[in-house]
Design a protein around this ligand. Structure first.
Ligand SMILES: Cc1cc2nc3c(=O)[nH]c(=O)nc-3n(C[C@H](O)[C@H](O)[C@H](O)COP(=O)(O)OP(=O)(O)OC[C@H]3O[C@@H](n4cnc5c(N)ncnc54)[C@H](O)[C@@H]3O)c2cc1C
Length: 440
């Protein structure tokens, strides 16, 4: 189809050679090589783009906030939803466009004394984060982002527009809570928000023995009220996500500093833990701003992975800290789960492991000149030992759409059920640029 015809049919279309091409094909961590980028500004545009891609045999990458590491599909259609970013609050219900970002949602809700648990970064998309699960700063208070989802508007692979809720399409809703972007294009998400008058933001330094600090953190979280969700991070200087070194951060869901301090007391008294800041803040102010992608200094590769841990045992802590100690370019991230996350039964959503109490991400940045072949091999084998302690992988924190991830992410019964849902909604696997579930 000629460019003008395409533009008339699909909204704004950008192709190689167009002035906007280099911006349009960029995503958070790279620059892709799609055949074209279709920027949709209505549900009708989405329908037209899906129908066009299906007819022409182009695979589709649905782009919500553009923060996945697999940003585009080479030679395919990138369907950019950034213009579908309306956020409308009605009582405790919030309707969010399929291309909205979490910072905008948090601001609209905070103005009404409400909140949702999202991710930790303002520019991350509601689309990818929710469909993959969404481990947020208040995951213990309110569960995953997808647990707060009550309905969607979805454009199907055959170009229909449907409204789905648990009452009308229970299997589809089950799959959308953790099964990723496999089942259609979500043009609108409906969430049920929670009353929230602010959060107590916690920033602690870890200046002593990391094994002792993580042990104290684990013991505190085992007893803590669900309002408290904490993260441990130990990062090297080249990681843009946080200041170098070990720290514990998180939020208490609510503005009551006394209750937050009471829950944190044993941790604040643990050896080597230093209070850096602790106080009530509006939730939108706590969300991080991720640096823009810089083509001059792309993110280095990552040797490692993530896993969901049923228990943070002393053995696991020792493996994690040893990994970090043996590699100067390594990162260790631990996010507390349990609470409302664990209230949801395993079979009630497609998310991999509801009995996990901790999420762990561990790896070494593959910085040219820093990671020798020997160090890379060691990082891989050390990571293998940590991986063996876990039960499932969280797809949103993986760095590619390598098919092995999808098979490792889901228990076999979950994968079988996802494949049946895929067969119903996308039998030709048009939506394959994701952790792909193949139609049964
Ligand atoms: C800086 C940063 C911070 C992060 N923090 C967190 C965090 O705190 N918690 C967490 O759980 N994850 C976090 N993540 C991971 C994040 O959840 C994933 O990268 C997620 O894929 C981002 O969603 P997106 O819409 O921005 O990405 P995109 O690249 O736009 O989309 C990723 C995939 O989601 C699907 N998709 C997106 N939107 C739609 C839609 N409307 N309809 C259908 N399919 C869609 C597509 O299959 C697409 O391939 C973070 C990532 C980054 C880069």
């Amino acid at each position: 189809m000629a460019n003008d015809d395409l533009t008339a049919a699909l909204g704004t279309v950008i192709r190689p050679g167009d002035p906007d091409w280099d911006v349009a094909r960029r995503f958070h961590s790279g620059i892709g090589e799609p055949a074209l980028v279709a920027r949709a500004s209505s549900t009708d545009d989405v329908r037209a783009a899906v129908t066009f891609a299906a007819a022409e045999g182009h695979p589709v990458m649905v782009r919500g906030g553009g923060h996945s590491a697999w940003g585009t599909v080479p030679g395919g259609v990138t369907l950019d939803l950034a213009a579908l970013a309306d956020v409308a609050v009605h009582g405790t219900r919030v309707r969010v466009g399929g291309g909205a970002q979490w910072g905008a949602v948090a601001r609209a809700l905070a103005a009404r004394g409400l909140g949702l648990s999202s991710g930790d970064t303002a520019s991350v998309g509601v689309g990818g984060l929710t469909l993959g699960g969404g481990i947020g700063l208040m995951v213990r208070a309110w569960g995953l982002a997808c647990d707060q989802l009550v309905g969607v508007q979805l454009v199907t692979a055959d170009g229909r527009v449907i409204e789905a809720t648990d009452a009308t399409e229970p299997e589809l809703m089950w799959a959308l809570r953790g099964g990723g972007g496999n089942f259609g294009v979500v043009t609108r998400f409906d969430f049920e928000a929670h009353p929230l008058d602010g959060v107590v933001a916690v920033e602690l330094g870890v200046e002593g023995d990391a094994r002792v600090a993580i042990g104290a953190l684990r013991d505190v979280m085992a007893q803590a009220p669900r309002e408290l969700t904490l993260t441990y991070m130990d990062v090297p200087p080249m990681d843009p996500s946080a200041p170098a070194g070990a720290s514990i951060s998180g939020v208490w869901a609510g503005a009551d500093e006394d209750r937050a301090r009471e829950a944190l007391a044993p941790l604040l008294e643990a050896p080597g833990i230093v209070e850096r800041s602790l106080g009530a803040r509006p939730y939108p102010d706590v969300l991080l701003e991720a640096p823009e992608f810089d083509p001059e200094s792309p993110m280095p590769g990552f040797v490692g992975g993530n896993t969901l841990l049923r228990a943070l045992t002393d053995d696991a802590i020792d493996h994690l800290v040893s990994f970090r100690e043996s590699n100067p370019a390594s990162v260790v991230l631990l996010r507390s789960l349990g609470g409302a996350f664990g209230d949801v039964a395993q079979h009630a959503s497609a998310f991999p492991a509801r009995d996990a109490t901790w999420f762990a991400m561990v790896g070494a940045f593959d910085v040219p000149g820093m990671l020798s072949d020997e160090a890379r091999a060691r990082a891989l084998s050390d990571w293998g030992a940590i991986d063996a302690l876990g039960s499932g992988v969280y797809g949103n924190f993986t760095t590619s759409t390598d098919p092995t991830w999808a098979t490792r992410m889901y228990p076999s019964a979950t994968m079988a059920r996802l494949r049946a849902v895929k067969r119903r909604w996308d039998p030709g696997n048009l939506f394959s640029r994701n952790h792909n579930v193949r139609p049964a």
